[in-house]
Design a protein. Structure first.
Length: 185
């Protein structure tokens, strides 16, 4: 209620082109910390929500002790080995990396009034190597998600609004780009 009121107040300040209007579709707790949104063929909203920045994901800018090792990494498995090497420097050890989850939220307007009335977690990402969730793209019944180091394909196979299929289509190791050579991620 409070978040919806704050959102309505913000919408009232928008300067829109003539003939356009803005209306609130969803507010917390239905959606929070979105970094990407997309609609599927059924008009359902999928939101990539980021909750792990510096509280489950780590990098050498915020933890300088990682810098030397981080610059030498060749593979994703090397990155996991680095985290394990320094696990005592993280509150809770390796569990620190899995305490919080980024997620894909499925938000729907089931009664057709233009406002979200259903919101549920479609999928979560909380493994030690999962980076920050960055993108979501529904296509032909699948939901494609970028969460470093993987490109994921998700699918709700039983219609319950949660992904039963979670398949890594690509793991960020070596990428070949025709005409551009190859490089490591």
């Amino acid at each position: 209620e409070k978040a919806a009121s704050a959102a309505q107040a913000a919408i009232a300040t928008f300067k829109l082109p003539k003939g356009m209007k803005a209306e609130l579709f969803a507010a917390e707790p239905q959606i929070g910390n979105p970094v990407a949104i997309a609609l599927d063929e059924q008009g359902r909203l999928f939101a990539a929500e980021e909750y792990r920045f510096n509280i489950g994901t780590e990098e050498n800018r915020t933890r300088p002790f990682l810098l030397e090792d981080d610059l030498q990494l060749q593979t994703v498995d090397d990155r996991l080995a680095m985290f394990k090497k320094f696990e005592k420097k993280f509150d809770g050890g390796m569990a620190w990396f899995t305490k919080n989850a980024d997620r894909i939220q499925l938000i729907e307007d089931r009664d057709g009034d233009g406002r979200a009335d259903s919101s549920k977690t479609f999928a979560e990402f909380r493994e030690p190597l999962d980076g920050l969730i960055a993108g979501v793209l529904p296509f032909d019944g699948d939901i494609y998600v970028t969460c470093i180091p993987n490109l994921w394909r998700l699918r709700d196979q039983d219609g319950d609004g949660k992904a039963e299929l979670k398949e890594a289509l690509h793991r960020g190791e070596k990428i070949e780009l025709r005409g551009f050579g190859s490089f490591r991620l």
